[in-house]
Design a protein around this ligand. Structure first.
Ligand SMILES: Nc1ncnc2c1ncn2[C@@H]1O[C@H](COP(=O)(O)OP(=O)(O)O)[C@@H](O)[C@H]1O
Ligand SMILES: Cc1ncc(COP(=O)(O)OP(=O)(O)O)c(N)n1
Length: 290
């Protein structure tokens, strides 16, 4: 195997091994990249919720960033739980010259707040304008825009900040009806939102799905970006790539959603924990060809 592209995840830990760094490093590795990590926060978390949180001191976050940048040719940075506006600003400042896939984590599905209003403001003002791609879910998009609009309108509004947007959507369960599909909305700055639909997996083992999708997308973008920009983008290489075409983004989104679907199918028969179980982080099973 040739040298893999490096994807750096900047995120929090989940003691239950479902979301955050655990999900990120598994997806990044499964999709042929080397994962490096900067830990921003430690959470005491399980399948039922988040029980405690500790923000890693900013000088230690900064030292982790420095250690990675000094030694490894980072192709893409993926961000998850950043936790404080200071960490959001540090990422924009120290990593803003690299292609950034920003998952603007503000809350866990269990309801726990992982980023408050000041973090939300920092995303809008400092990080999203420098990102290559943002991957909010519908709730995060509503909070970031302050509007309660349909997903395609929110995707277009966020893309006006200057980044491509993949607004993710899990299955919509309505009383008496089983959802059969999920729709993600993709929008490039100045472009029209396009729906990408894929089959829904019926499962309650989906904790960590958003982290897994964003990391899979980062890994799948790292391959073409490392190829066109060279394997070792120097920290001073300049502005983020203008080479993210709609075709490249859509293809990476479809493949990231297919990876998530395979992992959700695997974990759908597991019985782990008392709440929403983890999405599988075991090596992916081959998709079935009928
Ligand atoms: N039950 C499911 N079956 C298939 N795909 C799913 C399912 N739930 C979520 N996904 C997909 O996983 C990705 C992230 O989902 P989403 O639920 O929006 O993340 P989050 O955990 O941040 O809310 C999207 O591509 C979404 O369509
Ligand atoms: C440490 C940590 N980071 C992120 C999340 C959110 O995870 P996500 O996959 O977006 O969604 P849920 O799994 O919470 O539905 C988290 N819970 N913990």
């Amino acid at each position: 195997m040739s040298t893999p592209p490096v994807v750096l995840t900047v995120a929090g830990t989940d003691s239950g091994g479902a979301a955050g760094i655990a999900a990120d490093l598994a997806a990044i590795g499964h999709l042929g990249c080397h994962g490096a990590c900067v830990v921003t926060a430690v959470t005491a978390q399980d399948t039922t919720g988040v029980h405690a949180m500790h923000a890693v001191p900013i000088d230690v976050v900064d030292a982790q960033v420095g250690a990675v940048l000094d030694d490894l040719p980072v192709a893409v940075v993926k961000t998850g739980m950043l936790g404080t506006p200071t960490v959001v600003a540090l990422v924009a400042d120290r990593l803003g010259h690299l292609p950034l896939v920003v998952d603007p984590v503000l809350a866990a599905t269990s309801g726990a707040v992982l980023g408050d209003g000041s973090v939300m403001d920092a995303y809008v003002q400092e990080l999203l304008p420098r990102a290559l791609v943002a991957t909010p879910n519908h709730d995060e998009a509503r909070v970031l825009t302050g509007r309660d609009d349909p997903p395609p309108d929110l995707a277009a509004r966020l893309a006006d900040l200057g980044c491509a947007v993949v607004l993710t959507g899990g299955p919509e369960w309505r009383p008496g009806r089983r959802a059969t599909s999920c729709t993600d909305w993709v929008c490039l700055p100045g472009g029209r939102p396009e729906p990408l639909a894929h089959p829904a997996v019926a499962t309650s083992a989906d904790h960590g799905t958003g982290c897994t999708f964003a990391s899979a997308l980062a890994a799948l973008l790292a391959h073409p970006l490392a190829e066109t920009r060279g394997h070792c983008p120097h920290p001073d290489a300049g502005s983020p790539p203008a080479d993210l075409t709609a075709d490249v983004l859509v293809s990476a989104c479809l493949r990231a959603a297919a990876y998530v679907t395979i992992q959700l199918t695997t974990s759908s028969t597991w019985r782990l924990g008392r709440g929403r179980g983890p999405v599988a982080h075991t090596p992916p099973a081959q998709p079935r060809h009928t």
